[in-house]
Write a protein that binds this ligand. Structure first.
Ligand code: MGD
Ligand code: MGD
Ligand code: SF4
Ligand code: MO
Length: 729
């Protein structure tokens, strides 16, 4: 420490809220982190995780150089040796068994990382494997599928205009814990409260009275996994009362098809299944229609269920037929400074794709070049031609995050070779032969290429790197470009177009790419040095960000030409209604006798599976508890604090019960991201608070057959007290 501190402004990369933080720095030490009051987007808001950026940076368990596994030991090796070995082995396996023999899994932090977003795709192209997986199919895949088929682009994310709406219904979202998702809105609590203050209403539809439900005007309990039926009931009522497409009526097709199909779903028919009274559905439909500006918003709880695709489609349809699609206060599309949906600046993220190839074992269609994570383990474990023999895992922890984590664990253990690009030896990377660790997030420059697509205001901000990287420290983008160059050289020679392009990309580096993207974007300075508008230089001069104004109506211009008008009723979705009918209408209950339905939950002091090594965040009593309704607890003889065992088709876990009236009867909740007790995990704080993994219960066969998304919610489980289990055994 020099005793001389300096202040550095940046964006917190941990969740989608993109809060501005003020970081006090002394030499290469982080002295303090607090909210940046001048940040144009977050205005000082931060959550308890912001300071954990410092914990991550200082974490003694964080790897600072590549390591190679030798039996149960890890030995440090040089970057050069590590890159050579990885490229050798990948090349050898692909030569012997085909390109698809090396699989890839991309985790959530990639969405927060400019380097991996820009330099990951060239690496994946060079690798050329069709066995690509990501956290998307455990998350927002149904939303992207709906965007692809309705709007023609997988990244045309509908964003609720929370700051201007009069009626907002949140379905399966708990932004008070998650800070919002596909709705970047720092300080969401205030924004939601403001709706009520201006005379509007917030309704939360959730099987748990979650933190957001407590600040809402109304909370509606719903039986997990039945939201599609609830939404169809809403649609029935709205259509019967008369629809109004408003300004976009000329840019929409298949309206008649919607009017026709809506007739078949009166809410009276589904109330016994959803648990939402028909009267309530009718009233909510009336309130939505009557609101000057209203919006339905569905997230993880609505996506990760058996009919997630239908839910996301119906939410868009309801927003459209109430005149709220692409209107201020409704469901809008952002206009970011760099729009990866366009082709300008060479970003050109694809429109999307569906069904170009299928998974080998279960025949699931690809979406956007990826197969569902639910089939990943079987692709490793099922013998035969085309089996995955090696994995490259980039910023992901599928052993804890994907369905049937124990099977994924086994799958990884069965591989001939595995590489993790990660800074921790955790549940997944412990299977790696080599781990390539990037620097910690606070050490790099930052620009949110992906998340501005989901921001409730158009904003833009760049954070420079606070410290110069030391010898032997590499960032993700450097790891990826080096792998790409070496693989291209090995495959095509150093005079090949592939190698030369890879090298040129590496030499350009992130800042040049970013500057070009900003200049060529809608607010850009272009290439004219005297022009006004955005450039990297301009962002450097505005370390608190630049506000580009509220979301604007963008239809029909935003629709890709090839696609034509918004398709309100794509065949794929309409046909899936048959599956919904077969599943529920006619059948009495979704759980067999004595079973409960499992849902997950997020917690403010946690972030998926990888923030449990911060002492500051982990202090206090265990949060990995099974929440259960008092009536169920009475019936099953369970008291708060009792150890209970949950079991499903695929496994069982044991955790303390927490009896609470916040849970709907018949439903239990366990948070995800825990389960650090596995052998070989080197996270000293997390392993002291191991908890259990909900994904040792979730089932790779319990999925949304339409989208391939994991159906975490609504899984039938059996609950017994540990004493009952012992007596039975
Ligand atoms: N049951 C259940 N399961 C769920 C969910 C649920 O609600 N319920 N939620 C799902 C959702 S929405 C998601 S997004 C997934 C998340 O699933 P994953 O992305 O697979 O898991 P994470 O826990 O986010 O793991 C991130 C990994 O990246 C590493 N990492 C962090 N930052 C960086 C970085 O900058 N560079 C590199 N190279 N590595 C980094 C961390 O050490 C960690 O190992 O989980 C899903 N799983
Ligand atoms: N603190 C914290 N913040 C995070 C994360 C984190 O792990 N911790 N993860 C980040 C990630 S990767 C994501 S994707 C976002 C997710 O952000 P959100 O979508 O807001 O995620 P959750 O908090 O899991 O909220 C899902 C809600 O759905 C409810 N639910 C479960 N099943 C059903 C159902 O069948 N129907 C209905 N209607 N509701 C249901 C749950 O009870 C829960 O309240 O959060 C991000 N932010
Ligand atoms: S809400 Fe918390 S974790 Fe999310 S960006 Fe803000 S400070 Fe970071
Ligand atoms: Mo996520």
């Amino acid at each position: 420490m020099s005793g001389k501190t300096s202040t550095h402004y940046r964006t917190c990369n941990l969740c989608e809220a993109m809060c501005g933080v003020e970081v006090e720095i002394d030499g290469d030490e982080v002295v303090s982190i607090r909210g940046d009051e001048q940040d144009v987007f977050s205005r000082g808001h931060v959550c308890p995780k912001a300071t954990a950026l410092k914990d991550l940076y200082e974490d003694p368990d964080r790897l600072k150089q590549p390591v190679r596994r030798v039996g149960n030991r890890w030995e440090p090796i040089s970057w050069d040796e590590a890159f050579e070995e990885v490229v050798d082995r990948v090349q050898q396996i692909q030569e012997e068994h085909g390109r698809d023999a090396v699989g890839v899994y991309l985790g959530n932090p990639n969405a927060h990382n400019f380097g991996t977003l820009v330099f990951g795709p060239p690496f994946l192209r060079t690798l050329g494997s069709k066995n690509r997986f990501s956290a998307t199919s455990c998350d927002q895949l149904p939303l992207m599928l709906a965007s692809y088929f309705m709007f023609g682009h997988q990244l045309l994310f509908p964003v609720p205009d929370v700051d201007r709406t009069d009626f907002m219904m949140l379905i399966g979202a708990n932004p008070l814990a998650s800070n919002g998702s596909i709705m970047a809105a720092p300080g969401i609590k205030k924004r939601l409260e403001a709706i009520g203050k201006r005379g509007g209403k917030v309704v939360v539809v959730d099987p748990r009275r979650c933190e957001t439900a407590r600040v809402a005007n109304e909370h509606v309990f719903i039986q997990p996994g039945t939201d599609a039926l609830f939404l169809l009931g809403m649609l029935h009522e709205v259509c019967a009362a008369g629809i109004d497409l408003g300004r976009i009526s000329g840019s929409v097709k298949n309206v008649d098809r919607i009017l026709e199909l809506a007739k078949a779903y009166p809410p009276e028919e589904s109330e016994a299944i959803t648990g939402v009274a028909a009267m309530t559905v009718k009233r909510l439909a009336r309130e939505l229609r009557a609101a000057p500006k209203g919006v339905l918003y569905g997230r993880v709880g609505a996506c990760t269920q058996e009919f997630g695709g239908l839910c996301m489609w119906l939410i868009n349809v309801l927003n459209a037929v109430t005149g709220n699609l692409d209107e201020p206060g409704g469901s809008m599309f952002s206009s970011p400074a760099i729009d990866v949906r366009g082709t300008v600046g060479g970003f050109g993220a694809g429109r999307g794709s569906y069904g170009r190839w299928k998974s080998r074992v279960r025949g699931f269609p690809e979406f956007g070049g990826e197969l569902p994570a639910s089939v990943m383990a079987e692709e490793m474990l099922t013998e035969g031609e085309g089996r995955i023999r090696a994995m490259i895992t980039l910023a992901g922890n599928p052993v804890l995050s994907t369905p049937n984590g124990s099977q994924v664990d086994q799958g990884y253990a069965s591989l001939d070779y595995a590489v993790s690009i990660d800074f921790f030896i955790n549940e997944t990377s412990r299977h790696a032969n080599i781990i390539l660790p990037p620097v910690s997030p606070i050490q790099r420059s930052h620009y949110d290429l992906a998340l501005y697509l989901t921001a409730v205001r158009n904003v833009t901000k760049y954070s420079s790197a606070p410290f110069a990287l030391k010898d032997g420290e590499l960032d993700d983008w450097q790891i990826l470009t080096e792998l790409t160059c070496r693989l291209a050289a090995r495959r095509h020679g150093k005079l090949s177009k592939q190698y030369l392009t890879a090298r040129a990309t590496q030499v350009a580096g992130p800042e040049r790419v970013l500057d070009l993207g900003l200049r060529l974007g809608a607010y850009g300075k272009r290439l004219n040095p005297l022009g006004t508008g955005l450039s990297l230089g301009k962002l450097r001069k505005n370390p608190h960000g630049i506000d580009l104004g509220p979301m604007q109506s963008t239809l029909p211009e935003a629709l890709p030409e090839k696609h034509g008008p918004v398709d309100l009723a794509p065949d794929l979705f309409v046909e899936d209604l048959g599956r919904l009918r077969a599943r529920f209408l006619g059948a009495a209950s979704t759980a067999s006798d004595g079973q409960l339905l499992l849902i997950g939950r997020r917690q403010l002091r946690s972030n998926n599976s990888w923030m449990h090594n911060s002492k500051r965040l982990m202090k206090g009593k265990s949060r990995c508890t099974v929440m259960i309704n008092p009536d169920d607890a009475d019936r099953l003889g369970v008291k708060s604090g009792d150890m209970v065992t949950l079991s499903s088709r695929v496994g069982k876990v044991e955790a303390p019960a927490e009896v609470t009236g916040d849970m709907m009867a018949g439903v239990v909740s366990l948070p995800h991201g825990f389960g650090h007790g596995r052998d070989g995990v080197q996270l000293s704080v997390a392993t002291d608070h191991p908890g259990v993994s909900i994904n040792d219960l979730t089932d790779e066969q319990h999925i949304d057959l339409l989208s391939g998304n994991a159906a975490f919610s609504g899984l039938p489980v059996t609950l017994r007290t540990t004493a009952q289990v012992a007596a039975a055994e």
